[in-house]
Ligand binder design. Structure first.
Ligand code: SF4
Ligand code: MG
Length: 310
């Protein structure tokens, strides 16, 4: 309790979670976001401590359920901007079913996947994004399966509207993609590849040493990378974020690892708007022939226009 109330993160030194927190706090400052207009929702895992370190509304949920909780918050309080902080175990394993449907519902929220490729809070078990061969407490002889790619999965779901990626060791890019995600209306999915110095200390060393192993995606009205960053990262590519097939190809790459906005479609309607527009439909159904059948279900006659019963 002391840890949470102190507001001081207790993540390990060098943990990539700190980079995400710094970027989000900077976003709140730069955009002048009022704390009472924000809600941070998380599940369980190292990253899920996040809401405790924001001075806003927050909900530290249960394992894998950050997304349905966030959807409930958004339905009840559409005036709040909802952020979700979830880990690779939380989102891609126990929460995977919620993840797919949350993409399809496309509710207006910013979802940050803190992907450290391992279960860190419970001291090193293999996760869906762990590299093949990882020795862990659950795979002492090395894991047998290829890693799941959260970007390509997200890009394969109906109604996907925003997918971006950054790596924790380029803070400028972490900030830029989260900012772009915040400004996108819809389910904005940002994967942050984050280092876990405690359990996978050398996994991303080659990428840190060789800037050619990072690919910066550039496009009009996309991220404006600073001159300093462009001097270091010369491997850049023009990318059309409306091209989902190209986005899937790029998303599949790990060497080089793509950084930037992979896909964006602002025309996908948000569930809360569709629902608002569709409110009269059940009443029309009652009046147009199904009345006798529906009368058997007290939910229809008694329901008010929001669908709630008395
Ligand atoms: Fe970060 Fe890994 Fe420590 Fe968890 S165990 S706080 S992910 S470095
Ligand atoms: Mg993890």
């Amino acid at each position: 309790l002391e840890d949470y109330q102190s507001g001081i993160p207790r993540w390990c030194s060098g943990c990539g979670d700190n980079a995400v927190l710094a970027a989000v706090q900077r976003l709140c400052r730069d955009e002048n976001l009022r704390p009472e207009k924000l809600a941070f929702v998380s599940g369980i895992g190292c990253a899920s401590r996040f809401p405790h370190y924001m001075r806003t509304y927050g909900f530290h949920g249960i394992h894998g359920r950050a997304l349905p909780i966030a959807e409930g918050v958004k339905m009840a309080r559409p005036d709040l901007h909802v952020f979700v902080n979830t880990g690779d175990g939380d989102c891609c394993s126990i929460g995977a079913a919620h993840w797919l449907h949350a993409i399809r519902y496309n509710m207006n929220m910013t979802v940050v996947l803190h992907d450290n490729h391992v279960y860190g809070l419970t001291k090193k078990q293999v996760s869906p994004t762990s590299p093949k061969g990882l020795r862990s407490n659950t795979t002492p002889h090395g894991s047998y399966l290829d890693a799941m790619n959260p970007l390509t999965v997200t890009l394969g779901v109906t109604n996907v509207s925003f997918v971006a990626q950054a790596v924790d060791w380029i803070p400028e890019a972490v900030y830029a993609v989260i900012r772009a995600a915040y400004h996108h209306k819809g389910f904005s999915f940002v994967r942050i590849i984050q280092r876990c110095p405690e359990f996978l200390p050398t996994m991303w060393e080659p990428w840190l040493r060789d800037p050619e192993k990072t690919l910066l995606l550039e496009h009009e009205d996309g991220i404006a990378y600073s001159a300093g960053l462009q001097r270091i990262y010369k491997n850049r590519q023009a990318h059309d974020p409306s091209d989902i097939h190209r986005a899937r190809e790029i998303a599949s790459s790990i060497d080089p690892v793509p950084v930037g906005i992979l896909y964006r479609d602002e025309s996908v309607p948000c569930y809360e708007d569709v629902r608002e527009a569709g409110k009269p439909r059940p009443i029309e159904m009652v009046k147009s022939g199904l009345e006798a059948e529906l009368d058997k279900f007290t939910v229809w006659p008694d329901a008010d226009e929001t669908g709630r019963t008395a």
